[in-house]
Design a protein around this ligand. Structure first.
Ligand code: C5P
Length: 227
């Protein structure tokens, strides 16, 4: 069984709205519904666990109930940091889960093809991370000064989903010290010594973090053929 953990327990403080951004609308539906529906439609996903803020559990369940998400197995409360929220989701996956795909609740533009290729890579290699090429040159700064330039040919942006054999992710999480510095799952799995396959993802698979991102996502969504 392949299970998606969709984390949506962030406060959205960088967005500046009075509600977490996952509840704002994208093309007429809450962002979290848009994201979950991508996994509902995926033929390689059997079960979905959604992690939400403790005070938004009922609202999240109501939204997903309206969308008749048949693969939904649990909606659980998240933690202070993203990694704690993932850990809560991991503890709620159904028995018999072989592959876990962790996905940001605020990446509603993920494609079915990206989900499928990441899951298949994890089944074959144990761990897989969807990544995108860097288009900008990246500088290292110290205070006011640029002190270095990284070789962008070696760099990739980490997208989601990131997928793992269940025992690989469980072991990495159970042995890790979770906190702000853990901004994705692969980091913990890399630290545990397991090799992570890089799977080419799309620049369209953006994370909605600011109001501008929502405008871009609306445009991409409307331009897509999946509405
Ligand atoms: O904070 P960041 O942009 O990395 O958040 C990525 C995803 O992680 C978002 O979908 C957010 O809701 C989720 N998150 C969470 N629990 C937290 C912080 C973030 O589920 N404590």
């Amino acid at each position: 069984m392949n299970t998606a953990i969709i984390v949506a327990a962030g406060s959205g403080s960088r967005f500046g709205a009075d509600r977490p951004k996952q509840f704002l609308e994208l093309a007429g539906k809450p962002i979290i519904a848009r994201t979950v529906l991508r996994f509902e439609a995926s033929p390689v996903i059997d079960a979905i666990v959604v992690v939400s803020g403790a005070e938004f559990l009922d609202e999240t369940k109501a939204i997903l109930g309206r969308e008749r998400v048949t693969k939904l197995r649990a909606v659980v409360a998240g933690g202070e940091t993203r990694s704690e929220s993932v850990h809560a989701g991991l503890n709620a996956v159904p028995e018999g889960t072989e592959i876990v795909a962790v996905h940001d609740g605020v990446r509603p533009l993920v494609s079915e093809d990206e989900i499928e290729r990441t899951i298949r890579a994890a089944a074959e290699y144990g761990a897989a991370c969807l990544t995108a090429q860097m288009t900008d040159t990246v500088k290292v700064v110290d205070g006011a000064y640029v002190v270095g330039t990284l070789d962008r040919r070696e760099l990739r942006r980490a997208l989601t989903p990131q997928a793992f054999r269940y025992e690989v992710l469980k072991e990495a999480y159970d042995n890790a010290k979770l906190g702000e510095a853990v901004t994705d799952e692969c980091f913990l799995v890399e630290e545990s010594g397991t090799k992570v396959l890089s799977v080419a993802g799309s620049q369209r698979n953006i994370k909605i973090t600011t109001p501008d991102d929502l405008l871009i996502a609306e445009a991409l969504f409307r331009a897509g053929k999946d509405e």
